[in-house]
Design a protein around this ligand. Structure first.
Ligand SMILES: [Zn+2]
Length: 304
């Protein structure tokens, strides 16, 4: 069995883990804050250090590294072009991490990786037409068709968080106005609901929700209606068999999914919503790590 280290570079946290090439094992999952404000050099050094820690803890001989990063980015050159949430411009992340670890590397979009991970070994396993959302620091999206991430011509495809829901709306970090991300990202909700719980990982919201759901219910219903409207559009466009939703807020369970499904049903074409399951991801915290590793494995060895 060959092994790959997957690294998920989030706006809030870095997560790394060592995957077997068939996805049957994950070892040495470690995480630490991204500290994006410390700058690209410092964050790159932390990524390398974290990947090394993961490899050491796994006890496995690792043959490559798959990186998932916020974009837009170029999967061929391995350069992150621009990340509003991290403040990077034209950052050659793939090669810098590759050099730091002395391992071949691949780079793909973080949300693409999360949805690819859910297709590979999670909630959308084996499905032919998959779209998905990640609700975290921002709202990401991914499209997996026939076991391949759909990238579009310049790797921008699947930026579902930047669909305009209000043409004259609030300014988004991407430069557009009225993107759904400017209204319904996980931290935005958490910030509104209570003070000071955003400092931890994505799951801090979920843990909080488990602790006291009532405080968040109104926000979750609000998010479900907004998301439902967006998802209905994507269900009409892609006619997927499954929509996977990842992120801590999904721990709200039916409080989120029931109104969300109702909203999709209200808006989308019947043959589309009838054929489509809308489900939470089943790899909480590690979907991006699975997917980042899977991108490397698919590119270098072929995916089983
Ligand atoms: Zn935007």
């Amino acid at each position: 069995m060959r092994y790959v280290v997957g690294v998920d570079v989030g706006g809030t946290n870095l997560v790394a883990g060592v995957l077997a090439e068939d996805g049957s094992e994950i070892h040495g999952v470690v995480s630490e804050p991204t500290l994006a404000a410390s700058g690209a050099d410092a964050v790159t050094a932390r990524i390398v250090k974290l990947a090394k820690a993961s490899i050491a803890e796994s006890g496995k001989k690792v043959e490559g590294v798959g990186i998932g990063s916020p974009g837009p980015l170029n999967t061929k050159t391995g350069v992150v072009l621009l990340t509003p949430n991290l403040g990077w411009t034209n950052m050659p992340l793939r090669d810098r991490v590759s050099e730091g670890l002395g391992l071949p590397a691949t780079l793909d979009n973080d949300a693409n990786c999360a949805i690819f991970g859910e297709w590979w070994r999670g909630a959308a396993r084996g499905a032919k037409y998959v779209i998905g959302f990640t609700l975290g620091t921002g709202i990401g999206g991914g499209i997996v068709i026939d076991g391949e991430i759909y990238h579009g011509v310049t790797d921008v495809a699947g930026e579902f968080g930047h669909v305009t829901i209000d043409a004259n709306g609030r300014r988004c970090k991407c430069g557009n106005y009225g993107c759904i991300e400017a209204y319904a990202s996980g931290p935005a909700i958490a910030e509104r609901a209570t003070e000071g719980i955003v400092s931890g990982v994505d799951t801090s919201l979920g843990q909080y929700v488990q602790g006291d759901l009532s405080k968040l219910t109104a926000q979750i219903v609000y998010e479900a209606a907004l998301l439902g409207a967006a998802i209905a559009s994507f269900v009409n466009i892609f006619n997927p068999e499954i929509v996977v939703i990842c992120g801590g807020v999904t721990q709200a369970g039916d409080k989120l999914f029931q109104p969300l499904r109702t909203e999709v049903k209200r808006r989308a074409f019947k043959p589309a919503w009838e054929a489509c399951k809308i489900v939470p991801g089943t790899l909480p915290g590690t979907a991006g790590v699975y997917g980042a590793a899977a991108v490397f494995i698919q590119k270098q060895w072929g995916l089983r």
